[in-house]
Ligand binder design. Structure first.
Ligand code: ADP
Length: 612
């Protein structure tokens, strides 16, 4: 049975990954919020404690006021004559007691005991060094006093005041027992009357038995305040995290898209910078907006000089070119109307041929072009070659045909000298044809890389003499061929037959391009590494600007044979390629009108090798 797994689309998978990432991010945030919530709860508790301490100190001030009022009352009572008389009457100690309510009202207290805890203020009457009477004013530490203090201490809704005496807690509502917990100047938990409280206390001044004034608050209220603080923080924190996650979840695809599109833009810029074709943009107002590095390299025109300038000013001859360049409505339109056009660009006297095509965009037209100067030149040379070859074939063929016809029709009537001359002509012309065919064949082999060249030591001197001897048979009296060789020559590492071919070609050219005749010198020189073959003539010479070009395929100084000197334009090309294939090089020095010197050098066989 085949199990089908539903495919998760790329976008969905991306969202799931994003969600997982966000959750991972949310976990530490949630832990931090939780910790912060707990911290807020603790802080709320300590705020409660601090408020209890504040309350206690305020209540303690009110209490002190009450006690000092009691003191004042006792003093003023003691100052009254009737009280003094009453206290000092008789010989035994008399104590007159008043109970003072917190508002300062006095009430004569006739009971022997004060009844419960109280704060006491006394004035003693002495006589002869002993106390003979006392005026006592006391304030009971009871619910009424608690209510009085409570009213004046601004307690807020939850805090309470009370007095602790031993295990008793006297509050506004009555007295309860303190079951556990210690009372001190810093807040602590106690249990009283079966309920938990947070309480802070300070010893009472003026009370005969040790008592404490205390401020306290129900533990459950404190806890609920702490909880409220905690949950407030946690609620807000979690809300923020959720909002953050939601924002990230919904916004990040847009961010990712914009990042992707920025990456794509950067990539496009990089591609544009590396692409081999020249690319430029001309906007709807005819202003050049982009000129890539390839366009700079091909034309030599700098982007800074071109961009933001009208194309017709910045690009030489642009108006004429633009009229001819086909512009497609979208790239790759293959109809004839939008295939590239080859147009010339005149750059400071240098003619550059470019193949160019345009495509319209919303912003304008983008043009792509490449340099086809070489191809165009080769094409020109090819057509010249066809014309040259036709001419080269026609001339000897006509001579051959004429000579053969003459011999056939009138052979018997001709003198034997004339017959020989005609036969010589047939031999020369057929040789010329054969040479031409040979050149075309070798060129084909060089182009396809199938020409065989061997490397074998040979004697350059012997070769030079042979070539010179053969050539001497073909020159008239106006031309002399001299050979110059040193006494000792090393052997050359190359192909003797190909070297002979090169030398023959150069010598033939020297003869051919010296129509007035003159001295032709064939020389060989050598140093430790190379042998140089030199063919020097006193012929037409070659202008400096052409000296490099003559080694190109099909190149002729006189393509139309105006000077009447035939040739295919292949000879020097073949020479250069053969010399290169033997690890040598060839060059020309020439003075137009005075002659030319062609030199090629080939490596010599090393001495050690030659001894071996
Ligand atoms: P071609 O068959 O036309 O001679 P080559 O390739 O041998 O072709 O020579 C190319 C061109 O170089 C010639 O057409 C000629 O103009 C020039 N050239 C070659 N050799 C000489 C020379 N010795 N003197 C003057 N010009 C020469």
């Amino acid at each position: 049975m085949m199990l089908r797994v539903p495919a998760i689309s790329g976008a969905r998978a991306g969202r799931l990954r994003l969600l997982a990432g966000l959750l991972l991010l949310a976990l530490p945030l949630a832990a931090a919020v939780w910790a912060f919530g707990n911290y807020s709860a603790r802080r709320e508790r300590s705020n409660v404690d601090a408020r209890l301490v504040q309350t206690l100190s305020a209540a303690s001030g009110v209490y002190e006021d009450v006690i000092s009022t009691a003191g004042r009352r006792a003093n003023s009572l003691a100052g009254e004559p009737r009280v003094r008389r009453a206290v000092t009457r008789g010989g035994r100690l008399r104590v007159l007691t008043w109970k003072m309510s917190p508002d300062g009202r006095l009430q004569r207290w006739r009971a022997r005991f004060l009844g419960g805890a109280a704060a006491v203020r006394k004035v003693d009457f002495t006589s002869g060094g002993r106390t003979v009477g006392q005026v006592v004013v006391f304030v009971p530490l009871d619910s009424a006093l608690v209510a009085w203090l409570t009213e004046r201490s601004d307690l807020g809704p939850d805090r309470r005041l009370g007095f602790a005496q031993g295990n008793s807690l006297v509050g506004k509502q009555g007295t309860v027992r303190i079951q556990s917990g210690a009372l001190g100047s810093s807040a602590d938990d106690i249990v009283a009357g079966g309920r938990g409280f947070r309480a802070v206390a300070e010893p009472l001044g003026g009370a005969p038995s040790p008592g404490k004034l205390m401020a306290y608050e129900r533990s459950s209220v404190v806890e609920s305040k702490a909880d409220a603080a905690r949950w407030r923080v946690i609620g807000v924190g979690f809300g923020l995290i959720a909002a953050l996650l939601a924002l990230a979840y919904f916004v990040s695809p847009a961010l990712a898209r914009s990042r992707v599109s920025r990456q794509e833009r950067d990539q496009a810029d990089r591609v544009l910078a590396r692409v081999g074709d020249g690319i430029f943009l001309v906007d709807r107002d005819g202003v050049t907006r982009l000129w890539n590095p390839a366009a700079e390299a091909i034309t030599g025109l700098r982007a800074k000089d071109i961009c933001s300038r009208p194309a017709r000013e910045a690009i030489p001859g642009w108006e004429a070119i633009a009229a001819r360049v086909p512009v497609a409505s979208r790239p790759g339109d293959a109809d004839d109307a939008s295939s590239p056009e080859t147009v010339p660009l005149d750059l400071d006297g240098r003619e550059l041929w470019i193949s160019i095509v345009g495509v319209t965009l919303a912003e304008g037209t983008v043009y792509a072009f490449r340099d086809v100067t070489r191809e165009r030149r080769l094409e020109e040379l090819r057509s010249e070659f066809v014309a040259t070859i036709s001419h080269e074939l026609r001339t000897p063929l006509a001579s051959l045909h004429g000579a053969a016809l003459t011999l056939r029709e009138h052979g018997d009537e001709l003198s034997s000298k004339t017959q020989h001359e005609l036969l010589d002509m047939i031999a020369v012309q057929s040789r010329r044809l054969a040479d031409l065919v040979e050149e075309i064949l070798i060129t084909g082999q060089l182009d396809s890389g199938s020409l065989r060249v061997i490397t074998e030591p040979f004697d350059p001197e012997e070769l030079v003499w042979t070539v010179a001897d053969v050539a001497r048979h073909r020159v008239d009296d106006e031309t002399t061929i001299d050979v110059t060789v040193p006494a000792v020559l090393p052997r050359v590492a190359g192909d003797a037959e190909r070297t002979r071919q090169v030398l023959t070609n150069l010598l033939d050219n020297a003869i051919k391009y010296s129509p007035q005749g003159g001295r032709i010198e064939l020389a060989v020189e050598a140093d430790d590494s190379h042998a140089r073959f030199i063919v020097r003539d006193e012929g037409l010479g070659i202008p400096l600007s052409e000296q490099k070009l003559i080694f190109d395929k099909f190149y002729r100084l006189d393509p139309d044979h105006r000077r009447g000197i035939g040739g295919s334009g292949l000879g020097l090309y073949i020479c250069r390629e053969l010399v290169r294939s033997m690890n040598g090089r060839i060059w020309v020095e020439s003075d137009p009108g005075k002659g030319s010197t062609f030199t090629f050098e080939l490596p010599v066989v090393q001495r050690v090798a030659s001894r071996a």
